[in-house]
Write a protein of this length. Structure first.
Length: 139
C-alpha cells in the first residue's frame, strides 16, 4: 500500500472586508487608494460588507455620488442591516468602551460578526477605541 499524503487544506471561507464612512467618502471623492482596494476586493470576489448605518451617514442622493452608486450595484456587496441582534451588540460595545458613536460601533459589530479580514477606514483612532485588536486598512 502506498503512503497517503495529506492534501493541503485551503481556507474556503470567503474573505470579508467592511467599509466605514471614510471609505465611502473616499469612493465619492475618487480617492485612488480607496478605489484600488475596493476594486481588488471585487476582482478577488471578496465579500464587501457595508453597515446600513454607514450608508445612511454617507448617502446624500447627489450626482457627485455616482461612484458610490456603482459600488452599491457591485457583486459581492452586502448591506448589513441594523437589526435587533446588532443593536444589542452595539449597545453593549458602547457601554464597555465608554463611547457613543453608533455608526462606528456598527462597523465593529459587522467586522466581528463576519470575521472580517479588514475594515477600510479613514478614522482608525475611533475604531481602535472600540476594539484595539480589529484589523484595519487606513486610507
Amino acid at each position: 500500500m502506498g503512503t497517503r499524503h495529506a492534501r493541503p487544506r485551503h481556507n474556503r471561507r470567503r474573505r470579508v472586508i467592511v467599509l466605514d464612512t471614510g471609505a465611502l467618502i473616499g469612493i465619492e471623492k475618487r480617492d485612488a487608494r480607496t478605489a484600488a482596494l475596493i476594486q481588488a476586493a471585487i476582482h478577488a470576489r471578496q465579500r464587501i460588507t457595508l453597515p446600513a448605518t454607514v450608508l445612511g451617514q454617507a448617502w446624500r442622493n447627489s450626482s457627485r455620488q455616482h461612484p458610490l452608486t456603482r459600488l452599491l450595484a457591485a457583486d459581492g456587496l452586502h448591506i448589513a442591516d441594523l437589526d435587533r441582534r446588532h443593536a444589542l451588540a452595539i449597545g453593549a460595545l458602547l457601554a464597555a468602551s465608554g463611547t457613543t458613536d453608533v455608526v462606528d460601533a456598527h462597523v465593529i459589530v459587522c467586522a466581528r460578526a463576519t470575521r472580517a479580514t479588514t475594515i477600510i477606514t479613514s478614522d482608525p483612532d475611533d475604531l481602535r477605541q472600540l476594539d484595539p485588536t480589529i484589523p484595519l486598512t487606513v486610507v
